[in-house]
Design a binder for this molecule. Structure first.
Ligand code: SLL
Length: 256
């Protein structure tokens, strides 16, 4: 059956888009707890899905469904436009199911993620943070990968060419220029993350670089440990062989 215009898949192409999802929680100050909040609720929290650096992601993400714990009234919350977030109050931590629905042009099925809502400070300074009633942030950087997107979605994702949604002018630059400047002018969309991190946004090329360095170092340590273990094993096998030889036990324990 011939496919409709724009629904042909672009073979061999993958487009990824970064995003951030997670939660923020803060304990109530008992002296200033709002009156409408149930007595057993100790925290206010927010669960969210957003672009890196709060970049608009609604050109590929249509809606988000957050499935809260059953103790919540109407625990399935569907957010149809940005900000894709739910703010609540409560007393306990639980797993939140987050279902991402892509724009209809994508013809993609929804994708499900899980997030563990964190209300209590964790990590080395947890006690001091608790004392100060600090905001508890638990968030993750993620990338959605669209493999072989249909043409119409690829156009949307890349803001490609004339009439591309979200562009300032929508028209291609003179002579089809493809410089970064020309791309920005006509609103070409990319998955680039900022070079440097900021207090609001920890996800950057620089952070990625130092994380790679850290992983490289960790890898070296692990390789060193493996080498040491291997040497120890050889040493032990040698000792075992010596013992066996001195007691006249054959090296192989294979049954005849
Ligand atoms: C726990 N397994 O026991 C978890 C469940 C549920 C949290 C946590 C309810 C709010 C309400 C709320 O905070 N549920 O009553 O509306 O820790």
């Amino acid at each position: 059956m011939p496919s409709a215009t724009g629904t042909k898949r672009i073979r061999g192409v993958s487009v990824f888009r970064p995003f951030v999802f997670g939660s923020e929680a803060q304990p109530f100050d008992p002296a200033k707890k709002p009156p409408h909040v149930p007595a057993d609720h100790t925290h206010q929290w927010r669960v969210f899905v957003k672009g890196v650096n709060d970049e608009d992601i609604s050109y590929w993400l249509k809606k988000v469904q957050f499935k809260l714990h059953e103790t919540y009234a109407q625990n399935v919350r569907t957010i149809e436009q940005p900000p894709f977030e739910v703010t609540e109050t409560g007393w306990g931590e639980f797993e939140i199911q987050i279902k991402l629905y892509f724009v209809p042009e994508s013809t993609e099925k929804p994708q499900t993620l899980w997030h563990s809502l964190k209300l209590h400070p964790y990590g080395p300074d947890a006690e001091a943070k608790k004392e100060r009633r600090e905001l508890v942030v638990s968030q993750n950087y993620e990338e959605v990968v669209f493999n072989e997107p249909v043409e119409q979605f690829y156009e949307l994702l890349t803001g490609g060419g004339a009439g591309g949604a979200g562009g300032s002018g929508g028209q291609k630059g003179k002579g089809g220029k493809n410089t970064k400047q020309a791309q920005l002018q006509r609103g070409v969309r990319t998955a680039e993350i900022p070079f440097n991190e900021t207090p609001e946004n920890p996800y950057s090329k620089a952070a990625e670089g130092s994380e790679m360095d850290r992983l490289g170092e960790a890898n070296k340590t692990v390789e060193g440990m493996i080498k040491l273990e291997r040497e120890r094993l050889i040493e032990r096998e040698k000792k075992l062989a010596e013992l066996r030889a001195s007691e006249g036990i054959p090296a192989s324990t294979k049954k005849r």
